[in-house]
Design a protein around this ligand. Structure first.
Ligand code: LER
Ligand code: MN
Length: 272
């Protein structure tokens, strides 16, 4: 397994992004600490100069395992489950617009908060129907380019739609697309799953990407999650992708990134 960390290409309100601001300086710092990759949080691909971005990332020998889309919800309120058809359409088109960037970078596309929350007066069943419809359209468009989507179960305080691996797997069945799988995040799992290890085993080959933060959403090693046990369960599923740090920049971005890397490398050397 390889290690990456989340970096936002633009300013963002979402707090659990360790690095924001000067893109090139951040990429340089992340590479110098010894990360293998950088996960990009991109609100809108039209705001990104792809050539420039690719050159900087290549110069520093980093890979891009995944592109996050949640800022389109956080900053613009785009959502697959809005009761406004124009907002749902804009969310679908925005997600589809990540496909060329993802293909070029060899990354998958993350679907987290862009699924939205059920608006007042709309039933949960209706939201799920909108969600399935949107995911089927996006997955079909991405399949042509060989791009994969990973839906992230999120905790109850962020959405009413898909909190657990079990719900995620049921959704995968409904969507019925081979390029649609799950992103598991230890922060959300710690709130929602009865056992992180058992849920990882159940998710198995459907795990397309993996986020790590400790119980307090600080860097791994700063809370009470047992990463030896968690990552050995992940390793046993045959997962060979990235373990990607998505945590608060505390006590500061550099220290948290360095401490996370040290802790995770030691754990991975022990378990995988
Ligand atoms: C994103 O990966 C995440 O974990 C959420 O809390 C917000 O999108
Ligand atoms: Mn996450």
């Amino acid at each position: 397994m390889k290690l990456s960390i989340v970096l936002s290409t633009h300013a963002a309100r979402f707090e659990a992004v360790t690095f924001k601001g000067d893109f090139e300086a951040n990429v340089m710092r992340i590479a110098s600490y010894g990360y293998d990759g950088v996960e990009l949080a991109v609100r809108d691909p039209r705001l990104v100069n792809v050539e420039e971005l690719e050159t900087i990332i290549r110069q520093h020998n980093l890979k891009v395992p995944a592109i996050g889309t949640g800022q389109a919800w956080g900053e613009e309120n785009l959502s697959f489950t809005s009761n406004d058809p124009a907002v749902r359409r804009a969310a679908i088109e925005r997600v589809k617009s990540h496909i060329p960037l993802a293909r070029r970078l060899g990354a998958l596309v993350i679907l987290g908060l862009i699924r939205g929350v059920t608006p007042p007066g709309q039933s949960h069943t209706q939201s799920m129907a909108y969600l399935v419809e949107a995911l089927q359209e996006c997955a079909a468009a991405a399949a042509i380019d060989g791009v994969r989507f990973a839906l992230e179960p999120l905790n109850r305080y962020e959405t009413d739609l898909i909190h657990t691996v079990e719900e995620g797997l049921r959704l995968i069945e409904r969507v019925g697309a081979a390029n649609f799988g799950l992103l598991l995040d230890t922060f959300h799992m710690n709130i929602e799953e009865p056992s992180l290890e058992e849920s990882i085993r159940i998710a198995g080959k459907h795990i397309f990407h993996f986020h790590v933060a400790d119980s307090n959403r600080w860097y791994p090693g700063a809370g009470h999650l047992d990463f030896v046990s968690i990552l050995s369960a992940l390793c046993e599923t045959g997962y060979t992708g990235y373990v990607s740090g998505e945590f608060m920049p505390y006590p500061d971005a550099d220290s948290s990134a360095q401490r996370a890397l040290k802790h995770l490398r030691a754990v991975l050397n022990q378990v995988c």
